[in-house]
Design a protein around this ligand. Structure first.
Ligand SMILES: [Zn+2]
Ligand SMILES: [Zn+2]
Length: 183
């Protein structure tokens, strides 16, 4: 075996067993440089079927000095650290990156995002969608209409869309039904 003592110890620290080191040797993988020929963790696992894919990835990362393609074919996860930018509903100013819900707009001094009530699950929160149930918030003025549509069996995803495309006349008719229920 041509691995130095240090390399052997590193490989063992990464999780390889002595048997697996011998198996690598038998497969012709005898020096750190040979990992470059192997190329990726998946190939290493094919050479050494007993090897855990996570250990193979760690070994390849060490040997190649960079993150290796994962042996398990998981799609890369996108890390989204900045959600949609928030704009003030009053003056439309873009809010700072570290903006938190409830803070005042630096442009006009009012609450950039008013807290809304969900017609579907009654949770409250800012933004366009309810964090409780995912329903799209409806304009405050149409809250009662949305509640009525829910009561009449309209699907959660449909309500805000339905209100958006409704004519004034259809809304009036709906308001009539709301009043009949409350009256
Ligand atoms: Zn503002
Ligand atoms: Zn909700």
């Amino acid at each position: 075996m041509n691995f130095t003592l240090l390399e052997q110890n590193i490989l063992i620290a990464k999780g390889l067993t002595a048997e697996q080191l011998n198996a690598l040797d038998a497969a012709g993988l005898r020096a750190k440089a040979d990992f470059a020929t192997v190329g990726d963790a998946a190939t290493l696992c094919q050479l050494l079927p007993s090897l855990d894919p996570a250990i193979a990835a760690a070994v390849m990362e060490w040997a190649l000095g960079r993150p290796a393609a994962s042996a398990t074919q998981e799609p890369a996860k996108l890390v989204v650290d900045s959600p949609d930018a928030v704009y003030c509903v009053h003056c439309n100013a873009r809010q700072p990156k570290d903006y938190k819900t409830g803070e005042l707009c630096p442009g006009c001094g009012k609450q950039a995002e008013p807290v809304q009530s969900c017609h579907w699950c009654s949770a409250t929160g800012p933004g366009k969608f309810c964090r409780g149930c995912g329903a799209a918030f409806v304009p405050l003025a149409e809250f009662d209409l949305a509640v009525l549509l829910k009561r009449e069996g309209v699907a959660k995803e449909e309500i805000s869309r339905r209100l958006l495309v409704m004519t004034a006349q259809e809304k009036n008719e709906l308001w009539g039904r709301v009043r009949r229920i409350h009256g």
